[in-house]
Design a protein around this ligand. Structure first.
Ligand SMILES: [Zn+2]
Length: 166
């Protein structure tokens, strides 16, 4: 069985490492290794540049054990998203790993990975374009990019330009 650990904030900015991360439902991605339990994993060598999450430590009030979206309940201790930005020197490519985590019973996590050849493309992937709203960077995307800016000059420049425009 393939094992994986989603790296956390303490892993940001260290030397390049070999990562095995879950990345489901991305049939167009190269390097995806399907496993018998139908979970796909992507493996790569890279530097972990930045991490952002919408997770909240405490639950909001909800009727059941977990927030019920059908009742309009939203709780970021029940369900949250995570963003991880990596850089692979070998392939000269950025990898953006996106997770939708749920601890609600009967639900599973969702993962996907996006590849970007430029820092600007990383910004575009992380830019939220909701209909009727101005394009913006979400709070976790901004946090991840601000961390990445510390370690990657191209991302620092692209993030600085985007901040000046938003
Ligand atoms: Zn909750």
């Amino acid at each position: 069985m393939t094992t994986f650990t989603l790296p956390g904030i303490r892993d940001v900015g260290r030397d390049p490492q070999h990562w095995t991360l879950p990345a489901v439902d991305m049939p167009n991605s190269p390097n995806i290794v399907p496993t018998p339990d139908s979970t796909a994993f992507v493996t790569f060598e890279g530097t972990f540049l930045g991490f952002g999450t919408t997770r909240k430590p405490t639950h909001l009030r909800h009727h059941g054990a977990f927030a019920d979206p059908a009742l309009g309940e939203k709780c970021n201790a029940c369900r949250w998203s995570e963003i991880r930005i990596f850089y692979s020197k070998e392939d000269d490519i950025y990898l953006i790993h996106l997770s939708g985590i749920s601890v609600a019973s009967g639900e599973s996590n969702r993962y996907r990975i996006e590849r970007a050849v430029s820092a600007l493309e990383v910004i575009e992937i992380l830019t939220t374009n909701r209909q009727g709203e101005a394009a913006r960077l979400s709070a976790p995307a901004s946090r991840a990019l601000a961390q990445a800016a510390e370690f990657d000059e191209d991302l620092r420049e692209a993030y600085g330009e985007r901040r000046a425009r938003l």
